[in-house]
Design a protein around this ligand. Structure first.
Ligand code: GDP
Length: 161
């Protein structure tokens, strides 16, 4: 394994017998956001994720405080929508989860679609389930460093099995 790989994200290697090759399984972090939970889309979104080949490493239902949302979205502190975004994330239960597959980070971003559902491609989760640029159904890490930080922010090591 290359030293460039984050060990927390690449800690399993899968073997595909029929293709006689090894694949590197990468982990990413995702949240089914409060709008999707409120609207009864949790099961449908999980089905999309599993049908796309992700393994759900860990998932839990949680309600968070505004402070916890602020810590998670700290990189967005300067954005004009920061307070609204954090209030929204604290507005009801959500489902944080850790997902695993080959190219998990990039593949989840593709499955999610654009931030603004109006610009999201047909067939993506945000196109199907998001209502607005803020209440956009799902979060997914945008890179390796972000994924490592976000997994550690929401899950203890013993929860990742
Ligand atoms: P993502 O990586 O596609 O989730 O998008 P960003 O990292 O840019 O933004 C984080 C989250 O902030 C988004 O998923 C939205 O919930 C919210 N957001 C992004 N842009 C806007 C905006 O222009 N207005 C509002 N109200 N919320 C936004």
């Amino acid at each position: 394994m290359s030293s460039a790989c984050n060990p927390g994200l690449y800690n399993e290697i899968g073997y595909i017998p029929n293709q006689e090759q090894f694949i590197v399984l990468q982990r990413t972090f995702s949240i089914i956001k409060p709008d999707a939970v409120r609207n009864g889309h949790t099961g449908a979104i999980l089905a999309e994720i599993e049908n796309a080949g992700f393994r759900i490493v860990s998932i839990k239902k949680q309600s968070i405080s505004v402070k916890q949302a602020e810590g998670f979205y700290a990189v967005h502190t300067a954005r004009p929508f920061f307070n609204d975004l954090c209030a929204f994330m604290a507005s009801g239960p959500l489902f944080p989860m850790v997902l695993e597959k080959e190219n998990a980070i990039a593949d989840l971003r593709k499955l999610m679609g654009a931030t603004n559902p109006a610009n999201a491609e047909e067939g993506t989760i945000r196109k199907k389930f998001a209502g607005s640029i803020q209440e956009n159904a799902i979060h997914g890490s945008d890179g390796e460093e972000t994924a490592a930080f976000e997994i550690g922010y929401w899950f203890a090591g013993y929860e990742l099995v």
